[in-house]
Design a protein around this ligand. Structure first.
Ligand code: GLU
Length: 371
C-alpha cells in the first residue's frame, strides 16, 4: 500500500490494555512501525487515546463509571503519563496537540492547527493529538478519538488513516459467536449493512467501539483518504503493511474525492475579497503550483478575516487566476503586501505564516474556465 502522509489512531485498548495506567506492551511495535515509515520519507501524525485510562489509578473514584469531572481529572494526569510513555519509544521529539471539535469548527483555530501540524512534520517531529478532555463539554466534544482522527486526517491533508485497536477489522458476523465468520478485507461502499456488520465486531475498552470507526472511515473516504481498521496488538500487521499487504479491513477512498475538495473550494466557498498579484507571483502560482507570498501582492480589496476565501487576479491583465483561503486578515495583509516574508514579524509583531495563501488551500482557475 502506498502512502505519503498518514494519521495513525491508537486506541485505549493498546495504550492501557488493563485500563490501569500506561503500558509499553503494544506501543513498541507501533513506534517501530512509525519510525520505519519516517525513515522511508513518510509523514506520520498520531492520534492517541488512553489519557483517562492512564490516569485512572491516580485519581480517587468509587465507581466503575466515574463522573465527567473525575474523568477529566484522570485525563489531565494521564495525558502526561501517556506522552512520557510514547516519547520513550522514539529518538525524534514528540509534540502534544490537545484539541476539541470547537477548535476545528472555528476557522482561525482550524488554520492554526493546520499550520502547526505542517511545521511539526517539516521538522521531523511526531505530532500526538488527543481531545482536550478538560474543556470538552458536550457541544465542544468530538467525543471519540476515531472521529477525531478522521478530522485530523482532513486538516492535515493526509492520504491515509490507520485505525488501530485490538480487533482485526470488520467481520461479516460476530466472530465470538461464529468462529468461522469472515473478515472483510475491502469495503468500497459504507451503507447501513456495513454499520450492521460493525455491530457484530466490538472490542472491550474503546470508547466508541466499531460504530465510531465506521463513522470515521466514512468521513475519511468521502474526502479521498484511504482508511484501514487494523489490529495494533499484532506486530505482524505492521510487517504486512510495510510489504504492501492488507492485514485488516480497507475502506477504499472515493475516486475523485481529492478533486472534490478543490471543487468545494472553487464552487462552494464565497469569496470575501480580491487580491491583485504581480507578474512573478502569477507565474509562480500557475507554472510552479507555489504558495502566494506577501511579496507578490500589489493591491487588496474587500474586508476579509484570516480563514476567509479570496479571489486572486493578475494585476496587469486583470484576469481572474485563482481562489484560495487567506492566512491573514485584509488589514494584516495590507501591512505586509509587497514585503519579504522575513519582515512579517517586524511589521506585525508575530508571524503566524510565511505565506499569504498556502498552495494546499488554493485552486488555480483553468484558462478555459475563465472565458
Ligand atoms: N480522549 C480520551 C482519552 O484519551 C479517549 C477517547 C476515545 O478513546 O475515543 O482517554
Amino acid at each position: 500500500m502506498k502512502f505519503n502522509r498518514a494519521v495513525i489512531k491508537v486506541g485505549s485498548a493498546l495504550v492501557s490494555p488493563d485500563a490501569k495506567g500506561c503500558s509499553g506492551k503494544y506501543l513498541l511495535a507501533i513506534a517501530r512501525f512509525i519510525t520505519e515509515c519516517q525513515q522511508a520519507g513518510k509523514e506520520i501524525i498520531l492520534v492517541s487515546s488512553g489519557s483517562v485510562a492512564a490516569g485512572r489509578n491516580l485519581i480517587t473514584h468509587g465507581s466503575p463509571n466515574p463522573s465527567i469531572p473525575t474523568k477529566q481529572a484522570m485525563a489531565a494526569v494521564g495525558q502526561m503519563k501517556m506522552m512520557a510513555n510514547w516519547q520513550r519509544f522514539f529518538d525524534v521529539p514528540c509534540s502534544q496537540l490537545l484539541i476539541t471539535h470547537g477548535d476545528l469548527k472555528d476557522r482561525q483555530r482550524y488554520i492554526s492547527i493546520k499550520n502547526t501540524l505542517r511545521i511539526l512534520l517539516e521538522n521531523g517531529v511526531i505530532p500526538i493529538v488527543n481531545e482536550n478532555d478538560t474543556v470538552a463539554t458536550d457541544e465542544l466534544k468530538v467525543g471519540d478519538n476515531d472521529n477525531l482522527a478522521a478530522l485530523v486526517a482532513l486538516v492535515s491533508e493526509a492520504d491515509s488513516l490507520f485505525i488501530l485497536s485490538d480487533v482485526n477489522g470488520v467481520y461479516q458476523q460476530d466472530p465470538r459467536i461464529n468462529p468461522q465468520a469472515k473478515l472483510l478485507p475491502e469495503i468500497t461502499k459504507i451503507d447501513q449493512s456495513v454499520y450492521a456488520m460493525a455491530g457484530a465486531t466490538n472490542n472491550h475498552i474503546a470508547t466508541g467501539g466499531m460504530k465510531t470507526k465506521i463513522q470515521a472511515a466514512e468521513k475519511a473516504v468521502e474526502n479521498g483518504i484511504e482508511t484501514f481498521i487494523l489490529n495494533g496488538s499484532n506486530g505482524d500487521v505492521f510487517e504486512k503493511i510495510l510489504r504492501g499487504g492488507n492485514p485488516g479491513t480497507h475502506f477504499v477512498a472515493q475516486q475523485g474525492a481529492m478533486r472534490a475538495r478543490k471543487h468545494w473550494l472553487k464552487h462552494t466557498l464565497k469569496s470575501n475579497g480580491k487580491i491583485m498579484l504581480d507578474a512573478g507571483a502569477v507565474q509562480a502560482l500557475i507554472k510552479k503550483g507555489a504558495s502566494l507570498l506577501p511579496s507578490g501582492i500589489v493591491r487588496i480589496s474587500g474586508e476579509f478575516t484570516a480563514g476567509d476565501c479570496v479571489d486572486l487576479y493578475d494585476a496587469s491583465s486583470e484576469q481572474y487566476i485563482a481562489k484560495g483561503i487567506s492566512q491573514y486578515s485584509y488589514r494584516d495583509l495590507q501591512r505586509i503586501q509587497g514585503q519579504k516574508s522575513d519582515e512579517i514579524t517586524t511589521i506585525l509583531g508575530c508571524c503566524p505564516s510565511k505565506v499569504a495563501i498556502h498552495r494546499d488551500d488554493m485552486v488555480v482557475i483553468e484558462k478555459s474556465e475563465i472565458n
